[in-house]
Design a protein around this ligand. Structure first.
Ligand SMILES: Nc1ncnc2c1ncn2[C@@H]1O[C@H](COP(=O)(O)OP(=O)(O)OP(=O)(O)O)[C@@H](O)[C@H]1O
Length: 296
């Protein structure tokens, strides 16, 4: 027995000739915040639909709480999936969304939802279809937090949310997670904004999981080496290069995996080493050499 909340094995979803999710094998544990990151069309939403039983795998398996999620009430009652494209009945007002939420979520905390409604300044008597894009997103964020589901997915939850509302979301998420640990999967393009929240990162590119690593370890996997072109080029020779920039006689080259001895050697050679942000790292890992050259 393992305590994996999710176990995917060779999980694959094809749409005709397009493979949206391609042999994904990974696990997710209880009580961790995961980032599911990748470029547009990489397969993030499709993967989340497979994990929440809203779509069927073409090949491979996914087990959620040890079972298949498809039409499985015992799994789905423990899962909250907040989607950017969530639709509500036409005549629904904001308060109706929150009144109906306890039907779907066993752990729903109505008092907490009330507090979040105040934080996000949501007008409860307003019709949902009249809400602004950001207000609609705050409904999803509140439902995701107050549902306290043991497994919560946020798929791009903040379309239209302003910077203040996004910060409220991050703060509440961390506070509530500390009191009620659960598995949270955040899919987003705003990688730098959420970087400090994430404990583990899965990066999907063209349907394949290309990074599956603790965020802490991932941060140390790339370093920019800056200095004179001659010194930088000599140092990076034979290493895995993720990005190369330069101007005049100066160069900045991002390389993978430097040991302590490498770092000491770089410093001794008069080179400067700077950390690469999670966002920069992922951009570099999911950009082809051609695209990098074109953008240089
Ligand atoms: N129902 C479908 N029928 C055909 N193709 C689909 C379907 N759903 C998704 N796709 C395709 O599968 C690929 C992955 O799409 P998906 O929505 O999972 O990407 P994503 O990583 O969530 O992208 P984004 O960040 O832009 O939301 C895309 O090429 C998309 O066009």
């Amino acid at each position: 027995m393992t305590d994996h909340v999710i176990e995917a094995n060779g999980l694959t979803r094809r749409f005709g000739s397009l493979t949206a999710v391609d042999g994904a094998t990974f696990t997710m544990d209880a009580g961790k915040i995961y980032g599911l990151l990748g470029r547009n069309g990489a397969g993030k939403t499709t993967l989340m639909q497979l994990m929440t039983g809203q779509d069927f795998a073409t090949d491979g398996t996914v087990r959620v709480f040890g079972q298949s999620p498809v039409e499985n009430a015992s799994v789905l009652q423990r899962t909250s999936f907040i989607k950017e494209s969530q639709r509500y009945p036409d005549d629904f007002r904001v308060k109706h969304v929150f009144r109906s939420a306890p039907w779907f979520f066993a752990n729903w905390d109505a008092e907490y939802a009330e507090r979040l409604i105040d934080d996000f300044r949501l007008p409860t008597t307003q019709r949902v279809k009249k809400l602004s894009r950001g207000q609609l997103s705050s409904i999803g964020v509140i439902v995701g937090l107050a549902s306290r589901a043991p497994l919560t997915f946020f798929d791009e939850p903040y379309l239209g949310l302003d910077a203040v509302a996004r910060q409220i979301f991050y703060d509440r998420l961390l506070e509530d997670y500390a009191e009620h640990p659960r598995t949270i999967v955040l899919s987003t393009h705003l990688i730098d904004e959420v970087a400090d929240l994430l404990e583990h990162v899965l990066v999907i590119d063209q349907g394949r999981i290309i990074i599956d690593q603790a965020a802490e370890d991932l941060r140390g996997t790339a370093t920019a080496v800056v200095g004179t072109s001659t010194a930088v080029n000599a140092f990076v020779e034979g290493r895995e290069i993720l990005q190369r920039d330069g101007i005049g006689g100066l160069a900045s080259v991002t390389v993978a995996g430097l040991s302590e001895a490498d770092r000491a050697a770089a410093t001794a050679a008069g080179l400067e080493l700077t950390a690469v942000s999670l966002q920069q790292l992922i951009v570099r890992r999911t950009t082809t050499v051609n695209e990098l050259e074109q953008s240089a």
